[in-house]
Ligand binder design. Structure first.
Ligand code: MN
Length: 241
């Protein structure tokens, strides 16, 4: 049943990982608390810091997160998941187990009467050619099929090596490469004919006003959590402590 007065919540970049149990605890409390008071929860990517394939649901940490999500879905909050650059290998099996409806990146939804474009946000960082080239490779169906055909332990080792390279690369990349490009943002408003964009990925919480409309960049959850709550009256930040 639709309950129009309840807000819709948006989060991204939880980067859940067993090495940061306090972040997982904070997210668990959010799912059991504020998220129960929402009609829907949209997770805009990077729920997990890494996802090697849906067979990794056998891992106790992953299974615990999934069980908390499923509990929320069963309680009546619809959960949608859009892939991030860390967890784009989440497939239908994981989504079903967690009670989440999978969405493609760049999905337009009506939120309180406003056509809203939902993105992880990495596609807006077009200045980073090296990353965009890498993305094109790993998002191809062939790469996905070949990678998922490898044993889980091999996939996990390859992801760990990629993450180490990405972390050292971040230290030498100019800051502009790790932000959205103005041209990509303008194009997104125009292509999708929307006046609101909500995305994550860049880990810099902000509300930006553009010629095309408004853009909400969601916070990451490493030190404190945060969500965006939207309804017919508009959007506002929700701090999660
Ligand atoms: Mn990301």
């Amino acid at each position: 049943m639709l309950t129009p007065h309840l807000p819709t919540l948006f989060v991204s970049d939880l980067h859940l990982h067993p090495s940061r149990p306090e972040t997982a605890d904070r997210f668990g409390a959010f799912l059991a608390g504020p998220a129960r008071q929402a009609q829907a929860l949209y997770i805009l990517g990077d729920l997990f810091d890494a996802w090697a394939g849906d067979d990794d649901l056998g891992d106790a940490f992953n299974a615990g997160v999934c069980a908390d999500l499923k509990t929320l879905a069963t309680a009546g909050t619809r959960i949608y998941f859009l892939p991030g650059n860390r967890d784009f290998l989440i497939g239908d099996a994981c989504a079903a187990a967690c009670g989440m409806t999978p969405l493609a990146d760049a999905t337009v939804v009506d939120i309180g009467g406003v056509a809203t474009l939902l993105l992880h946000g990495d596609t807006l960082c077009t200045e980073d050619r090296e990353y965009q080239d890498f993305r094109a490779v790993v998002r191809s169906p062939d790469w996905r099929r070949d990678f998922l055909a490898k044993p889980l332990a091999v996939r996990k080792a390859e992801i760990a090596a990629l993450r180490a390279r990405s972390e050292s690369g971040k230290r030498v990349k100019p800051a502009a490469l790790m932000d959205v490009s103005a041209a990509a943002v303008a194009q997104a408003f125009a292509t999708h004919r929307v006046t609101r964009i909500i995305h994550g990925h860049i880990h810099r919480q902000a509300h930006h006003l553009h010629d095309g409309g408004e853009r909400w960049a969601l916070p990451e959850w490493d030190h404190r959590g945060g969500a965006l709550a939207c309804d017919e009256a508009g959007c506002r930040w929700l701090t999660v402590t």
